[in-house]
Design a protein around this ligand. Structure first.
Ligand SMILES: [Zn+2]
Length: 417
């Protein structure tokens, strides 16, 4: 095995979305550890089950970073692969309300993306790139225009050369595609990444996990500790194969239930209807997606659209701010400036809840039976914005600015050398 990469003679750096990246001198692997709140690392470290991550933190680089807002999976994964915030790439949730047509527009595949990914740009210059995701919807976004390998654990059995740049993934990994509601979905992503390193040896790999375990289990739960140990063991394999490994999370995770285990939810659409009348406002929960069984489409961030003439934004803003459990309500312009969001996909008002409280639309919109009696654990707001940022080797210059999770590949390619 050799550490040389497929660097063309005449290319040293590549510019993507206004940022400059150096060609990797040895394989780099970026992992989006979905839902890995820093508390999961703290609990697993205290339990002594993550020796590899502990070693990386001690011998490499370890800081806390800020995720992109809202702290949902899609906006953050797209930010990480583009190296820029949602304002530039346009993906600010799972769907948005088009103000001109009144239609809901999905943002879960590649169509809403307005920026190229770091990977597609490198692949067009000849780099070997592999992207493995937990869910297939995300694979379509992250694999946009990629000349390389991109497949999901969910649809591993259906990967083809034409669509995914690779076939026979189940044979490569050595087992069937896992249940999409399982801890194994993430482990499968990592195992696939390891097998690719052993065979294709990509110059750049991106492995994006699922937060199924974190939605279901608190950091000190045996299931969470087992999962952390299983992931850590895969990280040791990646390092043993000579890659530089960088780990960030797309968001943290908060418990949103009360002492009796009942979810603490503000049904904002119901509250707005009671105050301003039926049909005056529409509440968009951009966490909603087809993969919702473990959180009931509830999170810490929603958008309000005002639909009725005569209802002013200022009075809705004032009312929302008066609701107990609301941390922040911003008008569109301020929300976009504060959180680097695209204005055309933002509501009239962006609302963020306090820690341990979820925001919903109306009671009828959310199927709490999806929780199957478990405590509601979710994300989306500011309290889930702080995430780990860990690299296996020291970095050249500590960033002067606040580190963002979407700096992952800038750090891996430019600093971890
Ligand atoms: Zn996530």
């Amino acid at each position: 095995m050799t550490d040389t990469t497929s660097q063309p003679k005449n290319i040293q750096t590549i510019d993507v979305n206004g940022r400059r990246y150096q060609w990797p001198q040895r394989p780099v692997v970026g992992v989006c550890f979905d839902g890995c709140d820093p508390t999961y690392i703290a609990a697993a470290s205290a339990a002594g089950v993550i020796p590899t991550i502990d070693r990386m933190r001690k011998q490499g680089f370890s800081q806390l970073a800020l995720a992109a807002m809202p702290t949902f999976t899609n906006p953050n994964n797209v930010s990480i692969v583009c190296g820029v915030p949602p304002k530039i790439h346009g993906v600010s949730g799972n769907f948005y309300l088009d103000r001109d047509t009144g239609q809901d527009v999905m943002m879960v595949d590649a169509t809403p993306m307005r920026a190229p990914t770091i990977f597609s740009t490198f692949s067009k210059e000849g780099a070997k790139v592999a992207v493995v995701t937990a869910k297939d919807k995300l694979r379509k976004a992250l694999g946009k225009d990629l000349l390389g390998i991109a497949f999901s654990a969910e649809k591993a059995g259906e990967a083809t050369e034409a669509e995914n740049g690779i076939a026979n993934v189940e044979e490569l990994v050595g087992r069937k595609a896992p249940d999409q509601y399982s801890a194994d979905l993430s482990l499968y992503v990592l195992d696939a990444g390891i097998r690719l390193l052993e065979t294709v040896r990509p110059d750049i790999s991106y492995l994006s996990l699922s937060d199924y375990v974190q939605h279901s289990h608190a950091p000190d739960a045996p299931e969470a500790l087992q999962f952390m140990a299983d992931v850590d063991q895969r990280f040791s394999c990646i390092l043993a194969l000579g890659a530089t490994l960088g780990i960030v999370a797309d968001h943290g995770m908060s418990d949103m239930a009360d002492g009796d285990g009942a979810p603490r939810i503000i049904y904002l659409a119901d509250r707005l209807e009671a105050e301003f009348g039926r049909g005056a406002c529409r509440v968009i929960c951009p966490i909603t997606d087809p993969f919702v069984r473990h959180h009931g489409a509830l999170g810490g961030f929603v958008r309000v659209h005002i639909l009725k003439n005569g209802v002013s934004r200022d009075e809705v803003l004032a009312f929302v701010r008066s609701i107990d459990g609301v941390a922040l309500a911003l008008d569109r312009e301020e929300a976009c400036l504060t959180f680097q969001l695209p204005e055309d996909r933002e509501g009239d008002i962006a609302v963020v809840s306090i820690k341990n409280v979820a925001l919903g639309a109306s009671l009828a919109d959310h199927d709490l039976s999806q929780l199957s009696g478990a405590r509601l654990r979710s994300h989306g707001g500011l309290t889930e914005q702080v995430v780990p940022f860990i690299v296996s080797i020291p970095i050249a210059t500590s960033p002067a600015h606040t580190l963002r999770n979407f700096d992952l590949f800038a750090v891996l390619l430019n600093e971890a050398v």
